[in-house]
Design a protein around this ligand. Sequence first.
Ligand SMILES: *Cc1c(COP(=O)(O)O)cnc(C)c1O
Length: 370
Amino acid sequence: MDELPLRPELRGRTAYGAPQLTVLHQLNTNENPYPLPEALLADLGSALAEASRGLNRYPDRNALALRADLAAFLARTSGEPITAAQVWAANGSNEVLQQLLQTFGGGGRTALGFTPSYSMHPIISAATGSRWVDGHRSADFTIDPSAAVAQLREARPDVVFVTSPNNPTGTAVDLATIAELYDATEGVLVVDEAYTEFARAGTRSALSLLPGRPRLVVSRTMSKAFGMAGLRLGYLAADPAVVDAVQLVRLPYHLSSLTQAAARTALAHTDELLANVDAVKAERDRIVAALPGMGLTSVPSDANFVLFGRFADAPAAWQALLDRNVLVRDVGLPGWLRVTAGTPEETEAFLTALGEIAPAHRSSLGGSTA
Ligand SMILES: *Cc1c(COP(=O)(O)O)cnc(C)c1O
């Protein structure tokens, strides 16, 4: 590949690649393990058949009906008066983030995120020609507002990412911190809320911060709590001017008629789809509660996964779990691994395997997070 006339910023890079191994217990990509409800599957069949009749025509370029449905969902679940003009959708929130970087980042511009966080933020930044700056978190993986504000003042980024709840650490960022970060930047502040539906009680969405903040963007996805990672549907809520701006870079007809039809059908089944969220949260809390008994600890989680440790050698612990048919994620944080919370059976298999490997692999630092 390097013999090709690649853009310099792509040289030496490797493509995003969570292992797609076929293992009995796949707990590495934060998917929802529950199958889609039968009633939704039946409706998808007829909706997709109906949409297929129109496949000789281009789809609705502006996805108006879908955006109205997404806005209604956000308004109903958040209590905020979100309208279709404030919502934009694309093929996964990754495409939403790419469009935001194409609009507000790019050549000569800078994006900043507070690492460790979602690995796609720097990857999409590089792919769009934006310079990436690593912002820092505290040793316990939280964002210290005054340190973060100082970093924003120094780097003056055009796009700022705050992942809340954060991936891979799991903890949500409080709204006061997000508001402070907004005031400390002249760039676009993107709050990536891919896991917000799993947040613990009392954790609030940044949607309530949108009024009066025209540079704030909240991004969401149907890949996690909705259990529709295969659909590829992500969306944002922001000031209508942001939605207008993103139109400048989106490809015409980027969202197929089939995707739009399937997403609208899924949204009509929101309550059934989200019915498993509480069950997944209960499994997450069960994992968290079991760790101290094994001499391990975790980072507080508002998501459908748990960052757990500490291990003397996380890659070795990862392999030992894989040898017991449990695939978790090595996110590259020394001492830590990430496990997705799913069904009770998956929790059982994970905790059993972990109990077997913990004595040989846990670090002598044991329960301390720092
Ligand atoms: C999984 C995830 C996404 C989802 O990406 P899609 O393209 O919508 O599947 C976005 N942000 C974060 C932080 C994630 O972990």
